[in-house]
Design a binder for this molecule. Structure first.
Ligand code: AQP
Length: 366
């Protein structure tokens, strides 16, 4: 069974042991043969340039994009219009857009298999978002937990309408390409459900138009938690650098942040409910190294938190350092990055414009 089918229908976490099956399936000669004769399915995903990309973004999204890129026709977007749903400094935003682009290429996304572009350069995204706004319901958007989380501090009244509408723009991003699959971290599950609801509602009301996409959530690293607070999802927009490991952090900074990560009381190294901080460190370790959580628990039996943190620091440095080096090289030539993004936008527009036109025609606004 292909990875996406195996994973998508379950909507639950997958046991570590199944990871090996995933790799075996992907190498199966039968599957490779089939891939040549069948038209590739489409994948869409994106990341907001709203801060320093973290190891959470890497494990929940980027690493998996790279792993599947050859099997699908991929559209990977830098969702800058999502980023401005909260205040951004325009100068920093421009810099972060390039950083995200550099990281996309540095992790190994290959323009031969992936169309990589900026959301704001393909206006069809906002045009379709408006059409979908007219079928999305206020009640549905009011139930989005990410909106509630993000407005917890400042209150919903002062949040931008864009932040409230974020999931509709996200639905437009994916439906605009008739993508079958959306590789994301666990935090996007609810948005994906809304996207599926909107696609079905549109098809039901106006006639078959959109593919109803499926989420593709990785077996480990799907929800990396904050190093300073294992009850909070690690987020790139956190004002506290100790909260996250950034992909572009220097190796010594990574070691230091992991050394200072919060731990739980007691001493055993187990991924149990009473040890959310240790479970998070083991999850990161497992996703970065490919070792199962149970193998790690056995390896660290009788050892201390300090041993775990020291080794984890090295594993993370080893995984991220080459990406950092390559990304910094690419950032030395911003003109080249911009021009690759522009040509990606041209390619994306070709697909997006015809699907938008179809939706407009169905709604009678052609
Ligand atoms: N902590 C995480 N663990 C696993 N996956 C994660 N993702 C984000 N955080 C984690 C995945 O990364 C992709 C990019 O997400 P995004 O930039 O569109 O928005 P987000 O989910 O809101 O990510 P952040 O880092 O928390 O950004 P801010 O702080 O700006 O809101 C998605 O696939 C997401 O699942």
């Amino acid at each position: 069974m292909p990875f996406y089918e195996w994973r998508r229908s379950k909507h639950e976490s997958v046991p570590m042991a199944e990871k090996a099956d995933f790799i075996a399936l992907r190498l199966s000669p039968l599957r490779t043969q089939k891939a040549h004769t069948m038209q590739k399915q489409r994948v869409f995903s994106g990341i907001q340039p709203s801060g320093n990309l973290t190891v959470g973004n890497y494990l929940g999204a980027l690493k998996n994009w790279v792993a599947i890129q050859k099997e699908y026709e991929n559209y990977f977007c830098i969702v800058d219009l999502h980023a401005i749903t909260v205040p951004q400094d325009p100068k920093i935003l421009r810099q972060k857009i390039r950083e995200v682009a550099a990281i996309y290429f540095a992790v190994g996304l290959d323009p031969e298999h992936c169309v990589i572009f900026r959301q704001s350069k393909v206006p069809e995204h906002t045009e379709l978002a408006w059409l979908l706004n007219c079928i999305a319901r206020f009640g549905e958007l009011s139930r989005m937990t990410q909106f509630k989380d993000k407005t917890q501090k400042g209150g919903a009244d002062s949040a931008s309408a864009g932040l409230f509408d974020y999931p509709v723009l996200m639905a437009a991003d994916v439906l605009l390409y008739n993508a079958h699959l959306v590789p994301v971290g666990d935090d996007q599950r609810q948005h994906l459900e809304l996207m599926r609801t909107l696609a079905r509602r549109f098809n039901h009301t106006y006639g078959e138009t959109f593919v109803v996409p499926e989420a593709m959530i990785p077996p480990t690293g799907a929800r990396v938690m904050g190093l300073d607070d294992p009850t909070m999802k690690m987020s790139k927009s956190s004002p506290a650098p100790a909260h996250y490991v950034a992909i572009l952090d220097e190796p010594d900074t990574i070691r230091k942040k992991i050394r200072r990560a919060k731990t739980d009381s007691g001493s055993g190294i187990t991924a149990t409910d009473d040890k959310p901080a240790i479970r998070n460190l083991l999850d990161i370790y497992s996703a970065m190294s490919g070792k199962t959580i149970s193998a790690l628990e056995a390896e660290y039996e009788g050892k201390g938190y300090g041993d775990l943190k020291k080794d984890l620091g090295e594993v993370v440095v080893e995984g991220l350092a080459p990406i950092r080096t390559r990304a910094l090289e690419l950032l030395d030539d911003p003109g080249e990055l911009d021009s690759i993004l522009d040509s990606g936008a041209e390619r994306a527009k070709k697909v997006a414009s015809s699907i938008l036109r179809d939706a407009q025609t169905k709604m009678g606004v052609d």
